[in-house]
Design a protein. Structure first.
Length: 332
C-alpha cells in the first residue's frame, strides 16, 4: 500500500512505534538541508531507542562536521546488509538516493520526507510539502504537530537545514513561517553566527583556489540574462579541492547584475556532468531540469547528463535560452 499524502501523525507513528533498524538516506552530494534532516531523524530514533544507520554514496562535506552525529554517516559501499525499513530525506526522486536505494529490501517500507516541487512520490509513505522552504521545516512541523520535545542538538540540526536552503534567509523561499521557526530554534541556545559561518561562508584555501580558477571560466550570454561557470576535472585537481567543494561556485553566476539564470556545470570523475540552476525572479528552472531527468524548485534545480562537458553545456544552454525568451515574453 502506498500513502501519497501521509499525515504528521502517521509518519511519527511509523518512525516511533516500529523497532526494526531504520536506514536513513539523504541525497547524493548532500547539502545542509539533507544532512541536517538525516541527522535530525537519527536524533529522534536515538530518543526512542530505535537503531538506525545513516548512509550516503558520498563523503559528508567538511563544513558539516560541526553538526552533532555527523561522524555517524557511512558510505553506501561499506554497508553489506539490507533493510526492511528506510526513510529518505530531501530526495526529489528515487535516483537522488544513489546506490543507497539498493540497500532497501524488496517490498520494504520507504518513508519519503521532502519539500521539492518535482518530487514524484517514490516512497511507500510520502510526506512531501512543496511549499515548505526546507525539509528541515517539514520535520519541524511534524515535531510541533506531535508535541515532540525539542532540545539543543536537534534544534541545531533543523536550524542548519533552514539556513542552508534559504541561503541565510536571502532566497525568495524565506517566509514569515520560516522566521518564526528559526526564532523558536534559536531559543535553544543556538549560535546563528556559527551556523552561518560554517554552512555559508567559511572556505578552505583549496576552495578559494577553486573559486579563483573557476571564475576564469565565467561565461555571460550575449543577452546578459544567462551566465555560467564550467568546472572540469583539470580545474578541480589544480585547485586541490574535492568534488563536494564545487558548490562554493554556485552563487557567483547569478550575482551578476542583470542575470536571470545562473548555472554551474561540473565534470565528475566518471565523465558525467552535473548541472545546477539558479534563477532570480522569472524563470522556472525546475521545468528546465525536468527536461534532462532532473528536478528541484522553481528558483533552484539540478540535473545530470552524460559528457563531454562542452556538449552538455551546449545542450543545456539551448534549453535555458528558450526558457528565458519564453519567460520574458510572457512577463512583458
Amino acid at each position: 500500500m502506498t500513502i501519497a499524502n501521509a499525515s504528521y501523525q502517521e509518519v511519527f507513528e511509523l518512525l516511533h512505534n516500529q523497532t526494526e533498524s531504520l536506514l536513513i538516506i539523504c541525497h547524493i552530494n548532500p547539502d545542509g538541508d539533507a544532512v541536517g534532516a538525516a541527522l535530525a531523524v537519527a536524533q529522534l530514533c536515538d530518543q526512542w531507542g530505535r537503531p538506525c544507520v545513516l548512509v550516503n554514496d558520498d563523503e559528508i562535506p567538511d563544513r558539516y562536521v560541526f553538526l552533532p552525529g555527523a561522524q555517524r554517516f557511512v558510505r553506501t559501499a561499506d554497508v553489506i546488509t539490507t533493510f526492511t525499513h528506510a526513510v529518505a530525506v530531501d530526495c526529489a526522486d528515487d535516483r537522488r538516493m544513489g546506490r543507497a536505494e539498493h540497500l532497501i529490501a524488496p517490498g520494504g517500507q520507504l518513508i519519503n520526507i521532502d519539500h521539492h516541487e518535482t518530487n514524484n512520490q517514490f516512497g511507500t509513505i510520502n510526506l512531501v510539502q512543496a511549499e515548505a522552504s526546507a525539509t528541515c521545516l517539514v520535520l519541524y512541523r511534524m515535531m510541533l504537530a506531535n508535541q515532540l520535545p525539542m532540545y539543543h542538538d536537534l534544534a541545531l540540526l533543523l536550524y542548519t537545514g533552514i539556513v542552508f536552503d534559504t541561503g541565510g534567509f536571502h532566497y525568495n523561499n524565506t517566509t514569515p513561517e520560516i522566521h518564526l521557526a528559526a526564532a523558536d530554534l534559536l531559543s535553544y541556545d543556538i549560535e546563528p553566527f556559527l551556523v552561518a559561518d560554517r554552512v555559508l561562508e567559511a572556505m578552505t584555501r583549496e576552495q578559494i583556489e577553486l573559486v579563483r580558477l573557476g571564475l576564469s571560466t565565467l561565461t555571460v550570454h550575449p543577452s546578459g540574462l544567462i551566465a555560467y561557470v564550467a568546472i572540469d576535472q583539470e580545474i578541480l585537481k589544480a585547485s586541490g579541492a574535492g568534488d563536494g567543494d564545487v558548490e562554493v561556485l554556485l552563487p557567483y553566476p547569478r550575482t551578476l547584475i542583470g542575470v536571470e539564470v545562473g548555472l554551474l556545470f561540473r565534470e565528475r570523475a566518471d565523465g558525467s556532468i552535473k548541472v545546477s540552476f539558479r534563477s532570480r525572479e522569472i524563470v522556472d528552472v525546475a521545468a528546465i531540469a525536468l527536461l534532462f531527468g532532473g528536478g528541484g524548485h522553481v528558483r533552484a534545480a539540478g540535473c545530470e547528463l552524460d559528457g563531454p562537458l562542452d556538449a552538455a553545456v551546449k545542450i543545456v544552454m539551448k534549453e535555458v535560452e528558450d526558457a528565458v525568451k519564453q519567460a520574458y515574453s510572457n512577463h512583458a
